[in-house]
Design a binder for this molecule. Sequence first.
Ligand SMILES: C[S@@+](CC[C@H](N)C(=O)[O-])C[C@H]1O[C@@H](n2cnc3c(N)ncnc32)[C@H](O)[C@@H]1O
Length: 435
Amino acid sequence: MKEAVVLVEKIIFGGDGLARLPEGKVVFVPYVIPGEEVRVRIIEEHKDYAIAQLIEIVSPSSQRIPPPCRYYTICGGCQFQHMEYEEELKIKEGILRELFLRQGYREEIPLKEVISSPKVYGYRNRLRFHVESPPLKMGFVKRKTHEVLKIEECMLGDNLLKEVLRDLYESDVWSKLALHVKRFRIEKSLLDDKVCLLFWISVPPPREHLEELAKLKGVKSVFYYLKGARPNGPYPEDAPHQGRRLMPAISNLIYYINPGVFTQSHWEINLKIMEKLVELAIDAERILDLHSGMGNFLFPLVKNLLSAREFLGVDTDLQAIEDGLYTAEKNFLNGRLELRKRSALETLYEASQEGRKYDFVILDPPRGGCRDLIRLLPEVASHKIAYLSCDAPTLVRDILLLNERGYFLKELFLFDMFPRTYHWETLALLQKRAL
Ligand SMILES: C[S@@+](CC[C@H](N)C(=O)[O-])C[C@H]1O[C@@H](n2cnc3c(N)ncnc32)[C@H](O)[C@@H]1O
């Protein structure tokens, strides 16, 4: 296979470095840093570009550090462990700016702040594993394959998640259950410093096994999916709050969330996003959250925007809505907000039919973005849109579409929710242009 020494120009979305082969063709290579000279081996040659493997760092960047995780480069989870955190932040900002330029955004990019993470490791409050057994293997998918890599410790996870994973490897009851388990999640309940276990299994698990599993140190509740839309549980049956996780939010809020219901995986950064949204929405009167989940971003607004008249959150996940209603009751906020199981599109359609308008609309969609909502948004979003996205390319695409529909990008914030990986969260504040 062909080898070459190349100069890394930049890092692109996805974490690979971009360099040029001597004949000028672009080559992508992982685990490098801008400015480094590296020897690479071409492993895939395409018409316009090549993909290479890193063979040797000929001249290392001053930002290069030894990656601390033993699975790094085999596991597909992390891309930036080999560099100082400052460099990672610089790279993420550069990628975000470039996405705007490449998609044809011609105005100044109003990036106000890059919010770094207080923790670079140990920040995730939940982890999801694939399971194979026997012999018992719990882990993540290997980079660029579908093969499961056995993981005994993930450095991104909170310490308690690491301890519970270690105990699961040693547990007799888990080794019996695991014969039929396909995947599972460990999710931390932050307020009681315990975890909830949720697994997908192909045969009904014996009740005594579930009860025994729930007695493992640090475990608060156990749930499983066999079939159907709802998990079975909790075990033990009398687990407090039906086995929900307890998560403290800003303004003395406490969230009660079932395992499996979406939560932001990095809680410290989630709290910072809540604070920013309160600041951005401070004089709003009617608030609509089109991907509310259990109300993660809506509750802080309810607590802080005392003169606002209406708060409506919608989500397609019924369990999330139920958790939101439970949370409202427990926080004495019944009647202050409305949470409905409904799709974002249906909600916009109904609001547009009824002539209802909202002056602060929150979007926090899954990776695919909001393309389908953009046609109706101008009829409903009368002033500001706060669009939070974990996928910057689709966010930029949607911002350009919203631009055509009468909204301009006012402020942009990069929240580093996922240090050591190529992911982050971007919050975009858009505002309707005055006529
Ligand atoms: C990234 S999560 C954000 C949830 C919430 N904002 C939070 O911070 O916890 C995206 C949410 O969009 C919801 N969702 C997916 N498709 C939807 C749709 N068509 N309409 C409304 N919500 C949807 C999912 O159920 C999920 O709760």
